[in-house]
Ligand binder design. Structure first.
Ligand code: GAR
Length: 230
């Protein structure tokens, strides 16, 4: 995988992606690495589900995969301990949760805090948790979108990095909204955020997201990117 931005001889960031499902965000990250937009090596993909279609996407890209079935563990702490041990062995600089549908324990989050990003299908802090598209329709929201944030022990509550938003079309149903969020927002904002992390331009400092040396008071926006802000 080539990379236009990397400094010759500089070590590339080690990226691990953790999934549960289809892997469309994973595919976007793989494409961005191939195109040289993310200066990282994807060293492993981990799934908590053996039937996650994203595993085939990783395998087709030649990326090693590991399945850690959560159903094999007695409780949340035991699963998180297994996941942490697998991640530790990968020595990741960046852990990208990409459609990973598990709540994480505080101890797990603390170990990887500052290295771990998540993409969530809503304009956080609106609609944390599951079924965000249905909530948008039920509550008649005018806008919807997605957010990339650092993972903190509060569910979907860590510092936001970048958001993309759109006006909710009058006749969209839950499925259409979900596809729209993925295609028009997530596929763009997640590779961008990971690229910034890999370049050392995005950090978590004392619980605050810092971008190019400045604390982010508001998340960056998709509009910033469309204006060529990369
Ligand atoms: C994405 O929309 C992602 O934001 C969401 O699941 C979908 C996964 O799609 N994640 C969550 O809801 C996490 N709480 P993908 O597997 O095709 O990338």
């Amino acid at each position: 995988m080539n990379d236009a931005d990397s400094i010759p001889g500089a070590p590339r960031a080690r990226l691990v992606v953790v999934i549960s499902g289809r892997g469309r965000n994973l595919a976007a990250l793989i494409a961005a690495i191939r195109e040289g937009r993310i200066a990282a090596d994807l060293v492993a993909v981990i799934s908590n589900r053996a039937d996650a279609p994203g595993l085939a996407i990783a395998a087709a890209a030649g990326v090693p995969t590991t399945v850690i079935p959560h159903v094999d563990y007695l409780d949340r702490a035991a699963f998180d301990a297994a996941l942490a041990s697998c991640l530790r062995a990968c020595r990741p600089d960046i852990v990208a949760l990409a459609g990973f549908m598990r709540i994480l324990t505080e101890g797990f989050v603390r170990e990887f805090e500052g290295r771990m990003l998540n993409v969530h299908p809503s304009l956080l802090p609106r609609h944390k948790g599951l079924n965000t598209h249905a909530a948008v329709l039920r509550e008649g929201d005018a806008e919807h979108g997605a957010t990339v944030h650092f993972v903190s022990p509060q569910l979907d509550g860590g510092p936001a990095v970048i958001q993309g938003r759109f006006i909710v079309p009058a006749h969209d149903d839950v499925q259409q909204l979900a596809e729209r969020v993925m295609d028009t927002v997530e596929r763009k904002i997640y590779p961008q955020a990971v690229a910034w992390m890999a370049r050392g331009e995005l950090k978590l400092e004392q619980g605050v997201a810092v971008f190019r040396g400045r604390p982010l008071r508001e998340p960056l926006t998709l509009d910033d990117l469309e204006e060529g802000f990369r």
